[in-house]
Structure formats: structure tokens, C-alpha cells
Design a protein around this ligand. Structure first.
Ligand SMILES: Cc1ncc(COP(=O)(O)O)c(C=O)c1O
Length: 400
């Protein structure tokens, strides 16, 4: 079947919940994906921040193949040989004490919310606690995660959602303070907002949240599903600020390409919240995905990926700033590390730029607020940034 026939047949059977771009990918190598006709696409999206090592990384793939030959799945009723290694590695890199493995980011958020609610229930002797989430946040599509996602149009068709969520303005500590009530148990924040438009939290905001949490006895939950695992030049974005959340969620690059996420907590939270019977998952942390987690974390450390991102990020920023200087409709750049956005004016819809880029052989993403989003694999080199520069210049020229 050719590309069109493959798309037509897929559309015949898929529930139309995604508007997919017209390309059928077949394989990948390094920073490039290839469609069925053999056309190469430079990837600055990494499967929405997942494929940290790009495609076809020999060490990563060998580890998964070896695990496939050994054992795929046993459930969480038992231990398996990869469990200790992966749990220890995640606790070490997240600076948390205990971890629970999930199958996705949204499921990690669900676990974090349940942990916070149970913590409040045990501490105060009743339920009915509230969570403060941020405007323009994104935490996933399941009902709990959607309830704390700060964009009304995602939520509206699905009301009533989870009760007891209040929204505060991102990077505005006074706004958060105004939402605190006697019922508040937790504050949930992305240290760099992703889907909302690539907006980094300020150091003052994050440390202000920590101070507020201590003052009012709240749990601080950081969602680093998109911005964590080396993407900002730190293993986790908050680590540069010398603060520490009570609960952390991670996914995407945690497994480098297999469906896995986690929520991790401090000893204090673990000792006062979920107990056996409160939570579970059939697949979460099975031998296959944990081989990916252990390998991803090991490779990140051995190859000094966060350091690499930190070193090269100024170059990427320089190139993106250059677009902002050259094209009137590029209003600015914001982001951190290899998580960057170009803010486009309203007369150039970002969806059209993403489509045109794909046509020209460059994979990019959009984000809220008409932002062109860049999430390259973390292995990107200077030459890849130069190649992106060249293609995107042509793409943007076509809109000028
Ligand atoms: C910050 C953040 N939280 C949660 C999620 C949900 O993750 P998943 O799509 O794996 O459920 C995402 C996905 O984009 C995200 O960016």
C-alpha cells in the first residue's frame, strides 16, 4: 500500500479523535524519521518530548531486546528482577524517596492527586480537600487530570469533573495565595508549562510556592512530565532552584519511547497517604518498561545529556531569536534548554506553520497561544540546529 492508501485504511477504522498530519512514518535513525516513500524528516518534536535519544539508539534498543527475550510482564502482585534497579534510579534522579510506576503521564497525575487527597484525609480526619492548579496548565486527558487542566475548552464538554479544584494565575504568587482556603491540600504546577505555551515558572514563583506550602501545610506537586528528564538542562527543572516538591510526576522521556510514567513522593508523604488497596495498575512498571527506564536514566547520566542540553541551548536560543528578529510575525521566544517556543502573531496560525514545515521535511509542534514548539531529541547537535535553521527559514519565508 502507498502512503495515501495506508492513511485511508487507518481512517476507516480509527475513532476520529486526532487530526493527524498527512504522513506515514516507517522508521527512524538518529534525529530523523522516514516516511514510507523514504523521505527524511528532521525531528524537532521527539514524539512530544519522549524520544530523548532519537531513533535507533543501539544501547537503548539492545537493553529492550534483551528484556523482551527474558520477561515482558508479571503484574504488580510480584517482584521482578528489574524493579529494584529502576525504582532506585528514579528515586535518585528525582530526589524523592518512593516511586509508583504508571503507564502514562495522565495516570501519574491521577496518582499524585489521590496521594494528596489521601494525605489530607489521614491528616485531618475527613475528605473534601481542594487542589490549586494553574491557569493554562496541562496535565492530561483522564477525568482527574482534566479537572486540574487550566484551559476551559478542554474541560467544558465533560462537566461535572472532579470537585474542589481552584485555579490561580501562573507566576503570580498573590493569585495562588488568594485561592488558599482551610480545605486546600495541594498546589499543582508545571515548572515549565508545556501545552499551555512553553512558559517557564520564575524562580521567585517556585520558591514562593514552597514557602506558601510550608506556611499553610500544603503539598507541593510538580508536574515534570514534559519538562523533566534532562529537557531543560537539569534532570528536573526545579533542581536548579534548590527547592524540592513533595510529589513529582514524570513520564515521556522517562522511558525514552515506551509507555511509562511515575509519581514519586517524599518519605513523609509516603508514610501518610496511600496504603495497599488504595491504588493499583496491571501494567505499571512491568519488566519491559522498567528496562527502558533504567537504561534511559543510565544513558542520561553516562552521556551527560542534561549538561549537553545546557551547553547547546544558548545556540538554539540564538537561532530562534534570529527568527524573532527577522520575521515580523514572530513576536518572541521563550523556553528553557531544549524546550522552546516561538510566539507567532495571530495572523499566522501555528497549525499552518507546522504543516508547511512537515512538507519541507521538518517536524515541529504547536502549543497554546499560537506558539511554535520545539522539543528536539536531547541528542541534537549543533549541525541539527543548523539544519533546522535552514529549513525553518524557508518555511517562515513562505509566510512573510
Ligand atoms: C505537563 C504534562 N502533564 C501531563 C501530560 C499527560 O501525559 P500523557 O499524555 O502521557 O497522559 C502531558 C502530556 O503532554 C504534559 O505535557
Amino acid at each position: 500500500m502507498n502512503q495515501q492508501e495506508l492513511m485511508d485504511e487507518a481512517d476507516q477504522y480509527l475513532f476520529h479523535v486526532y487530526n493527524r498530519l498527512p504522513v506515514v512514518f516507517d522508521h527512524g535513525e538518529g534525529m530523523y524519521l522516514y516516511d514510507v516513500s523514504g523521505k527524511a524528516y528532521l525531528d524537532f518534536a521527539a514524539g512530544i518530548g519522549v524520544s530523548a535519544f532519537g531513533y535507533g539508539d543501539a544501547e537503548y534498543e539492545e537493553a529492550l531486546k534483551a528484556q523482551m527475550d527474558k520477561l515482558l510482564h508479571v503484574s504488580n502482585l510480584y517482584y521482578h528482577t528489574g524493579l529494584a534497579d529502576a525504582a532506585k534510579a528514579v528515586c535518585e534522579v528525582t530526589e524523592m524517596d518512593k516511586v509508583f510506576f504508571t503507564n502514562s503521564g495522565a495516570e501519574a497525575i491521577e496518582g499524585a492527586l489521590k496521594t494528596a487527597k489521601k494525605f489530607g484525609y489521614l491528616r485531618d480526619g475527613h475528605s473534601g480537600h481542594e487542589i490549586i492548579a494553574m491557569e493554562h496548565s496541562f496535565h492530561g486527558r483522564t477525568v482527574g487530570a482534566l479537572s486540574v487542566t487550566g484551559t476551559e475548552h478542554y474541560r467544558e464538554p465533560f462537566y461535572p469533573l472532579m470537585d474542589g479544584v481552584k485555579y490561580a494565575a501562573f507566576n503570580d504568587i498573590e493569585s495562588v495565595k488568594r485561592q488558599i482556603s482551610g480545605k486546600t491540600i495541594a498546589i499543582l504546577v508545571e515548572p515549565v508549562q508545556g501545552e499551555g505555551g512553553i512558559t517557564p515558572a520564575t524562580e521567585e514563583f517556585l520558591s514562593g510556592l514552597q514557602i506558601l506550602s510550608e506556611e499553610y501545610g500544603l503539598l507541593l506537586i510538580f508536574d515534570e512530565i514534559q519538562c523533566g528528564m534532562g529537557r531543560t538542562g537539569e534532570m528536573f527543572a526545579w533542581q536548579e532552584f534548590g527547592i524540592r516538591p513533595d510529589i513529582l510526576t514524570t513520564a515521556k522521556a522517562l522511558g525514552g519511547g515506551v509507555p511509562v510514567g511515575a509519581f514519586a513522593v517524599t518519605d513523609r508523604v509516603a508514610a501518610g497517604s496511600l496504603v495497599p488497596g488504595d491504588h493499583g495498575t496491571t501494567y505499571g512498571g512491568n519488566p519491559l518498561v522498567l528496562a527502558a527506564v533504567s537504561t534511559s536514566i543510565r544513558l542520561m547520566k553516562e552521556r551527560q545529556i542534561p549538561e549537553h542540553v545546557k551547553e547547546l541551548a544558548p545556540y538554539l536560543e540564538q537561532v530562534l531569536n534570529g527568527f524573532a528578529a527577522k520575521f515580523d510575525f514572530v513576536e518572541g521566544r521563550r523556553g528553557k534548554g531544549f524546550m522552546q517556543g516561538l510566539i507567532l502573531s495571530e495572523d499566522v496560525p501555528v497549525g499552518q506553520v507546522v504543516s508547511k514545515a512537515l512538507e519541507y521535511g521538518l517536524i515541529l509542534l504547536s502549543a497554546g497561544g499560537n506558539v511554535l514548539r520545539f522539543l528536539p531529541p536531547l541528542i541534537a547537535q549543533k549541525r541539527d540546529i543548523d539544519a533546522m535553521h535552514e529549513i525553518l527559514e524557508d518555511v517562515l519565508d513562505s509566510f512573510a
